[in-house]
Design a binder for this molecule. Structure first.
Ligand code: RAM
Length: 373
């Protein structure tokens, strides 16, 4: 279990922070096509890229077909985290001479994502990169896409459907256990804690929560998980869930929020309710750009994340390699992901073949100024 204290990768951050600065609604739309040096099939593309005719590439993308269309289907189009991840994908496909179409709903439900999968099929997309709002409900639509020859990559939140690659942001067990360990340092391993999560069906949060529960049972007999509430990655719903939690549990000493929407909402609330902040410690997964004021004013001591833009970038390279036949889902297959270098696909028992971006970073007063995503 490695946790780095300094990110190795900061690509895409400048664009990302512009997106945050102008407001999320300006960055998200239901369907948005972007990038690129898209060319007719077979034409020469950006430097370092092989064209469809197989001309050797100068850089690290040998054999990638030009003119690929990749549909990015995030949990929703308004969450700033998802917007950053999509931007990373656009950067990857631009480098590869392809294009990204971002398409999803405004609420974190599977029903809101199904029209986007159907749109990708209708558009004869080469690949889909999807963060599932439900591990099972999307499978019939994903199966249709696979049958139509579309390569499927899951990122952020995995699904249980066959025939896809999962780009995991960091080791799932490490994320869950590290958050509990960090909370233990804040509350002296004692007292009632709760979790403010995203959607109740979110695969990624539920997997992390599973490991949080295991870690609590194994190592912290005096820390008791008294509630898990869900804000659906919607700021208003997250605030309602938070205030309900605080009134239901007056003895609460800590909240873990493993979602950037939940933790930023909770931090904002605690920063203006100092009496509560004095009793209730907060940690979880947050964007440094959103959390910086709350680190600076002492509301939050520390939290974790990875670079969401790099996650989307890696998923873009994975999708392009799968769609070009330059990698496959077999255990041990490799592909090169531009600036992020080489990754190897591993098939852990009982789960989809996957790739891990890297270890999470802990952000606190010592390093928060170094990050702008
Ligand atoms: C939220 C989303 C996303 C998660 C991050 C940490 O923005 O729920 O899925 O990975 O938080």
């Amino acid at each position: 279990m490695t946790i780095t204290h300094h990110s190795r990768r900061r690509g895409g951050a400048a664009l990302a922070s512009i997106c945050l600065a102008i407001g999320v609604t300006a960055c998200g739309s239901s369907t948005k096509s972007s990038s690129s040096a898209t060319t007719a099939a077979g034409a020469t593309t950006a430097a370092g890229v092989t064209n469809a005719a197989g001309t050797p590439a100068a850089g690290g993308a040998t054999g990638i077909k030009s003119g690929l269309t990749v549909y990015y289907i995030p949990k929703d189009t308004q969450n700033p985290y998802e917007v950053l991840a999509d931007k990373g994908g656009e950067a990857a496909l631009t480098e590869l001479g392809g294009k990204v179409v971002v398409s999803s709903g405004t609420e974190d439900t599977a029903a809101a994502q199904i029209p986007s999968i159907q749109a990708a099929i209708a558009a004869k997309a080469n690949a889909i990169v999807i963060a599932a709002n439900d591990p099972d409900a999307l499978c019939p639509s994903i199966a249709q896409a696979v049958a139509a020859g579309i390569k499927v990559v899951a990122f952020d939140s995995d699904n249980n459907c066959p025939n896809h690659l999962f780009i995991n942001q960091a080791d799932t067990a490490t994320i869950g256990t590290a958050e509990v360990d960090y909370m233990a340092t804040l509350v002296n391993s004692t007292g009632e804690i709760a979790i403010l999560s995203a959607a109740a069906t979110a695969t990624n949060q539920n997997a992390w929560i599973g490991f949080m529960k295991q870690q609590l049972a194994a190592k912290y007999p005096n820390m008791k998980l008294v509630d898990v509430v869900y804000g659906d990655d919607d700021p208003a719903k997250s605030l309602t869930a938070l205030t309900g939690l605080l009134s239901a549990h007056p003895n609460l000493v800590g909240i873990i929020s493993p979602t950037t929407v939940g933790i930023s909402t909770a931090a904002q609330y605690l920063s203006t309710h100092k009496d509560i902040a004095a009793k209730v410690k907060l940690t979880g997964l947050g964007l440094p750009s959103q959390m910086k004021p709350y680190i600076k004013d002492g509301t939050v001591k520390g939290f974790m994340l990875w670079n969401p833009s790099d996650l989307g970038y890696l998923a873009g390279y994975a999708a392009a390699n799968l769609a070009s036949g330059t990698t496959n889902l077999k255990d041990g297959s490799k592909f090169t992901a531009g600036k992020l270098k080489e990754y190897t696909i591993a098939a852990p028992a009982g789960a989809a073949p996957s790739v891990i971006l890297g270890p999470p970073t802990v952000f606190d007063a010592s390093n928060i100024d170094q990050f702008n995503f």
